[in-house]
Design a protein around this ligand. Structure first.
Ligand SMILES: Nc1ncnc2c1ncn2[C@@H]1O[C@H](COP(=O)(O)OP(=O)(O)OP(=O)(O)O)[C@@H](O)[C@H]1O
Ligand SMILES: [Mg+2]
Length: 453
């Protein structure tokens, strides 16, 4: 279950561990090497000092003084003569001397140098300093530096490095545990949230996790859940509204057809009922058509076939089509076009767009007002405006009116009818043409819808 986080944390753990081991080994070696080099150069400089004093003042007293100066536990000096005999010794064990003697005797005259440097296995590191006072007064000053302190230093160093190593390992383990938890917990919560979503439970709440990738993922899931919740609510409202919309004309249809079938009804009266039946059937047809469009919009199967056609007859036809409903509400519909021009669009779809806008203008205007349908050419585009002096749309609702099923104030739609599909269809159709739609509206003053195609 915690795989991703464990993988990440393990990678981090291994990389840091390897780096740390490498650094510790490097540091350990470097410290020891530096310390050993220091010992070598100190030994060489002490030996050289003794040799210089001896050469300047060669006498038994000087030899004694040199020997006396090195009477300590750590460092010893041995001075040999021209035959390799020891003429001064600050205290080197005679057994040990027997081991070193052949080495010293075998030496040829030369420069100061380290004779034995193996500090790990030998009890002393040894440096040798040739001296020459006269032809017979020649020999070596041999310095011995005990390796005890070096070995002790190394064991201290090992202990400190071991403590540091174990401590950092424990700290790393802690970081590993915390890291895998920190990454895992939000991931598990997101997984649970998506499981809930897939079961249709959209009321999930995820914590805000900052602005990293995990935070963004959590935010997206939360947004998805909220959107789904809203869609679910919208769908239910839509279904309720559609059934209401369908049932009202159906009630009329059933009622009036029953009345129209009654015997003994005058022709005039029967005609009146049949007209109402026809009107309600048309309303139903319009609603079902919009619903079908909406369904097709969701499937992206809307197609527009653009052709060139004349603006004037096209717009006049539309006005003629809607004129009766405008007259019925005593609203004046004006058409304003400066000249006849060519429109390049799908005439049926553009007709549908304008009728929908006019339908809204009519529906959301009070009696005895005016609606203006204006069209003109702008470059190679056509601009169509529908301007009404109706009830207007609150500014905070303007962003939403093109959403499917969105209606401004549900109470309003009960008064005016409408299911919130019209503008969604319009927008989809305009965009299918590659055009844009805009709305400006002032509450209580009126609205202007502008399409550019
Ligand atoms: N010209 C307008 N004046 C005032 N409000 C409008 C106008 N046009 C649209 N609206 C508001 O925008 C909402 C969405 O409009 P839309 O045309 O999508 O739906 P409808 O008119 O309610 O229903 P339908 O068109 O599907 O029958 C409407 O509910 C209405 O409140
Ligand atoms: Mg409408």
């Amino acid at each position: 279950m915690n795989k991703v986080s464990i993988k990440l944390a393990t990678c981090f753990f291994i990389v840091v561990l390897v780096m740390e081991c490498f650094l510790m080994v490097y540091l350990h070696r470097k410290i020891i090497h530096t310390r050993v080099e220091e010992e070598f150069s100190l030994l060489l400089s002490n030996g050289a000092n003794h040799r210089d004093v001896l050469v300047e003042n060669y006498s038994d007293t000087t030899i004694k003084h040199i020997v006396l100066m090195e009477m300590n536990e750590e460092r010893e000096v041995v001075i040999t003569d021209n035959r390799g005999n020891i003429i001064g010794n600050s205290g080197i064990d005679s057994n040990l001397l027997e081991v070193y003697n052949p080495l010293i005797k075998d030496l040829e005259e030369g420069k100061d140098r380290i004779l034995i440097s193996d500090w790990e296995n030998s009890p002393y590191i040894v440096s040798i300093h040739p001296y020459k006072v006269s032809e017979i007064e020649v020999g070596y000053v041999v310095m011995f530096q005990s390796t005890n302190s070096l070995n002790q230093m190394v064991s201290y160093l090992n202990v400190h490095f071991a403590i540091a190593g174990v401590t950092s390992f424990v700290v790393l383990l802690l970081i590993y545990a915390v890291l895998s938890k920190v990454i895992t917990r939000p991931l598990i919560r997101m997984k649970e949230a998506t499981e809930k979503l897939s079961k249709g439970e959209f009321n999930v709440s995820l914590p805000k996790l900052g602005k990293d990738e995990l935070g963004e993922l959590s935010f997206s899931i939360q947004k998805l859940a909220n959107d789904l919740e809203r869609l679910k609510k919208d769908r239910n409202e839509f279904l309720a509204s559609v059934s209401h919309e369908l049932s009202t004309p159906l009630t009329y249809l059933i009622g009036y057809s029953n009345v129209a079938m009654r015997d003994g009804l005058g022709d005039e009266e029967r005609k009146q009922y049949l007209e109402i039946i026809g009107e309600e059937s048309n309303k139903m047809k319009e609603l079902v058509k919009n619903l079908l469009d909406l369904a097709r919009m969701d499937e992206n199967s809307f197609t527009v076939t653009k052709t060139n056609f004349e603006s004037q007859p096209f717009l006049e036809d539309i006005c003629k089509l809607v004129a009766p409903s405008f007259e019925l509400k005593n609203i004046k519909l004006n058409l304003k076009t400066n000249e006849n021009f060519t429109i390049f669009a799908d005439s049926i779809r553009l007709g549908q767009i304008i009728v929908n806008l006019l339908d809204n203008a009519l529906k959301y205007s009070k009696e005895n007002t005016e609606v203006l349908l204006e069209a003109y050419k702008k470059g190679d585009k056509t601009v169509v405006k529908v301007i009404d002096s109706g009830i207007g749309i609150p500014s905070e609702e303007l962003d939403f009116i093109f959403e499917k099923l969105y209606r401004v104030e549900k109470s309003r739609s009960r008064v005016y009818g409408g299911s919130g599909i019209g503008l969604a269809v319009v927008k989809e159709l305009v965009e299918a043409h590659g055009g844009t739609i805009n709305v400006e509206s002032n509450l209580g003053i009126g609205s202007t819808f502008t399409i550019i195609i």
